[in-house]
Design a protein around this ligand. Structure first.
Ligand SMILES: Cc1cc2nc3c(=O)[nH]c(=O)nc-3n(C[C@H](O)[C@H](O)[C@H](O)COP(=O)(O)OP(=O)(O)OC[C@H]3O[C@@H](n4cnc5c(N)ncnc54)[C@H](O)[C@@H]3O)c2cc1C
Length: 509
C-alpha cells in the first residue's frame, strides 16, 4: 500500500492511447493534476487503428471535441457498420450494423418475431429492419435527420494523435520528446519513480500510464506483469497495412473480407483508402499473403505495405503498483470488430472514476483489473464468434477455426442461441443483443426453436407489422443524402499529402 497522494501523471507513449489519456485527464481532471507525456518520434506509433465504434461519439463529447473540426483534421468519414464478406461461406455477405433491429417488446427481442415470420415464408432479410444497415447499403448518411443514425468514424490514426496533441498542449499537458532509456523504481516497494530519456532528462511522476504499445515497456519489461495468450482462439498473428488511392466515393462502412488464412480490411477516409490483410503465419507465408493482398487492392498503393506482428491476448494485470496499461500495452484482440480504441476510451473512463488521488490502494487496483479483464474477455468472445461460426472447409486455416474449441463463456452463448434463439447479455456489455444476432444469423447459426411471441399475432398482423417497419426504414433512407455529399457539405477536409504525412514508422511486438 502506498499512501502518497497522486499529483503528477506521466504518460509513456504518444500514440492514440497516450494522447487520448492525456486529452481526457487534462480536460476532466486538469485542475487537480500535472500531466506530462513522453514520446519518441524515432520509434513512432503502430500507425493503424482507423475504424471505430459508436462509443467514440460520447467520449468525444466528454473531451469537448467539435465533430466537423475533428473530421476535417483527421480526414474522417462516417461508419454505420461493418460489411462482412465470405465469412460464413465463400460468397456470403452480411452487415453488422450499429443500430437496432426492428422493435423489441418486454417479452423479447425483435429477431424472435422475424424467425417466426421466416418459418412462415415471409419477412425478408434481417438487415431490412436495421436503419443503419439499409443506409449503409445505399451509401447514404446524415447526422441531423430523424430518426438519428448510430454511427462511428473512420479516421487517420496519425492525424488523430496530432489533433489530440493540439488539444492537450492547449490545456497545459507537457510533451517531452525522446526515447526512454531507463525506468527508475523504488528499491523498497518497486514503484516507478521516474523515466530517464536518452538525452538524460528525468521525468518524475506519482502515477505512470504505459501507452508504449506492444512493447509494454513499463508493464512488462519493468513490472513483468505477464501475458495471457489467446492465440488458440484468435490464430491470426500478423497484418500487412498499406494506404491506397480512393477508387470512388467513400462508403459509410468498413469492409472485412475473409481470405484463405485470415481476412482483409478496407477503411475509407476522405483522402485515401486504408487497406490491411490480417493473417496467420502458421497457414500462410508472408510472401504469399503479400501477393494475395496486393492483387486485391482497388486503388494504387501509396507506399510499400508494412508488416505488423502481434499476439492476441491480455496483460495479466492492467494496473500494477503505480502503473496502468492502456492501449496495446494492455492487450490486443485483433481488429475485426474495431474495438481497441473503444477499449482505450473505456479504460480511461474507468481510471478517472477510480482515480487514486489519495494514494494507491489494493481495492482500487483489484476493481480496475477485474473490470478490464471482463471487458476484454467479452470482446474476445464476440470476435472469436466470427471465426468459430464459419462453415468454410476450403483451407487449413478455416478448418482449424471451424473445429477449434472456444472459451466456455462463448460456447454457452452459442448453445443458448442454437437451442432457444436467446442471447444472454450483461448490462455493462459492449455488444448488444442485436450485434450478436446479426453475426450469428449472418453466419447461418439458425436456432432450433424460438420464443413463441410471434405466434401471439395472426399471420396478417405479423405481415403488416413487419411491412410497416420495413417501409418506415425505406422512407427514412430515401430522405438521406449520399454519404459523400454529406461529407462534402459538413466536414470536407483539405486535400492530403498522404505519402509524406502518413507513412507509418516501425512497430514491434
Ligand atoms: C493490424 C492492426 C489493425 C488495427 N485496427 C484497428 C482498428 O481498426 N480499430 C481500432 O480501434 N483499433 C485498431 N487497432 C489497434 C490500434 O492500432 C491501437 O489500439 C491504437 O493505435 C493505440 O495504440 P497505442 O497508442 O497503444 O500504441 P502505439 O501506437 O504503438 O504507440 C506507442 C507509443 O509509445 C512510444 N514509445 C514506445 N517505446 C518508447 C520508448 N522506449 N521511449 C519513448 N516512447 C516510446 C512510441 O513512440 C509511441 O508514441 C489495430 C491494431 C493492429 C495491430
Amino acid at each position: 500500500m502506498n499512501n502518497n497522494q497522486v499529483k503528477k501523471v506521466v504518460i509513456a507513449g504518444g500514440g492514440t492511447a497516450g494522447w487520448l489519456a492525456a486529452a481526457a485527464l487534462s480536460k476532466q481532471l486538469g485542475s487537480l493534476l500535472e500531466i506530462e507525456l513522453v514520446e519518441s518520434d524515432a520509434i513512432g506509433t503502430v500507425g493503424v487503428g482507423e475504424s471505430t465504434i459508436p462509443t467514440i461519439c460520447s467520449f468525444h463529447a466528454l473531451l469537448g471535441i467539435d465533430e466537423a473540426e475533428f473530421m476535417r483534421a483527421t480526414q474522417a468519414t462516417f461508419k454505420l457498420g461493418i460489411e462482412f464478406a465470405n465469412w460464413g461461406r465463400d460468397g456470403d455477405r452480411y452487415v453488422h450494423g450499429f443500430g437496432h433491429l426492428g422493435k423489441a417488446n418486454w417479452m423479447g427481442e425483435f429477431h424472435q418475431f422475424w424467425l417466426h415470420a421466416r418459418s412462415l415464408g415471409f419477412g425478408g432479410e434481417l438487415g431490412d429492419y436495421c436503419l443503419e444497415t439499409q443506409a449503409l447499403n445505399s451509401r447514404k448518411f446524415a447526422t441531423s435527420e430523424k430518426p438519428m443514425l448510430n454511427y462511428a468514424y473512420h479516421l487517420d490514426a496519425t492525424r488523430y494523435a496530432q489533433y489530440l496533441r493540439g488539444h492537450c498542449e492547449a490545456r497545459g499537458v507537457v510533451r517531452s520528446e525522446g526515447k526512454i532509456r531507463e525506468v527508475r523504481t523504488n528499491a523498497a516497494d518497486g514503484f516507478i519513480e521516474s523515466l530517464v530519456l536518452e538525452c538524460g532528462k528525468q521525468v518524475r511522476g506519482d502515477l505512470f500510464i504505459d501507452c508504449t504499445g506492444f512493447r509494454a515497456l513499463l508493464m512488462e519489461e519493468i513490472l513483468q506483469c505477464g501475458f495471457e495468450d489467446w492465440n488458440q482462439w484468435l490464430p491470426t498473428d500478423r497484418a500487412y497495412a498499406v494506404q491506397s488511392e480512393l477508387a470512388g466515393p467513400a462508403r459509410p462502412n468498413t469492409r472485412a473480407i475473409a481470405r484463405s488464412a485470415g481476412w482483409r480490411w478496407q477503411i475509407p477516409l476522405q483522402s485515401r483508402m486504408g487497406n490491411g490483410m490480417v493473417f496467420c503465419g502458421d497457414y500462410q507465408s508472408d510472401d504469399e499473403a503479400l501477393a494475395q493482398f496486393l492483387a486485391e487492392i482497388d486503388g494504387e498503393p501509396l507506399f510499400d505495405p508494412r508488416l505488423i506482428r502481434y499476439r492476441a491476448g491480455r496483460r495479466k494485470k492492467a494496473w500494477e503498483k503505480n502503473c496502468i496499461a492502456l492501449g496495446l500495452s494492455s492487450g490486443f484482440v485483433e481488429p475485426l470488430e474495431s474495438t481497441s480504441i473503444h477499449l482505450i476510451m473505456i479504460g480511461i473512463t474507468r481510471l478517472m472514476q477510480l482515480f487514486p488521488f489519495d494514494g494507491i490502494v489494493p481495492s482500487l487496483q483489484q476493481r480496475f483489473n477485474q473490470q478490464s479483464r471482463d471487458e476484454l474477455e467479452k470482446v474476445r468472445d464476440f470476435v472469436v464468434l466470427h471465426y468459430k461460426l464459419t462453415e468454410r472447409e476450403d483451407s487449413e486455416f478455416w478448418r482449424y477455426c471451424k473445429h477449434m474449441s472456444v472459451p466456455d463463456s462463448l460456447a454457452e452463448r452459442i448453445a443458448l442461441f442454437r437451442e432457444s434463439a436467446q442471447v444472454h447479455r450483461n448490462a455493462d456489455e459492449l455488444f448488444r443483443t442485436d450485434s450478436w444476432v446479426q453475426v450469428m444469423l449472418g453466419q447461418h447459426l439458425y436456432p432450433q426453436t424460438y420464443h413463441p411471441m410471434g405466434r401471439l399475432m395472426s399471420e396478417p398482423q405479423l405481415r403488416q407489422a413487419l411491412a410497416g417497419l420495413q417501409g418506415n426504414i425505406r422512407n427514412a433512407v430515401a430522405r438521406l443524402p449520399e454519404h459523400q455529399v454529406f461529407i462534402d457539405r459538413y466536414c470536407k477536409a483539405a486535400p492530403a499529402n498522404n505519402t509524406a504525412m502518413n507513412k507509418p514508422e516501425t512497430a514491434a511486438l
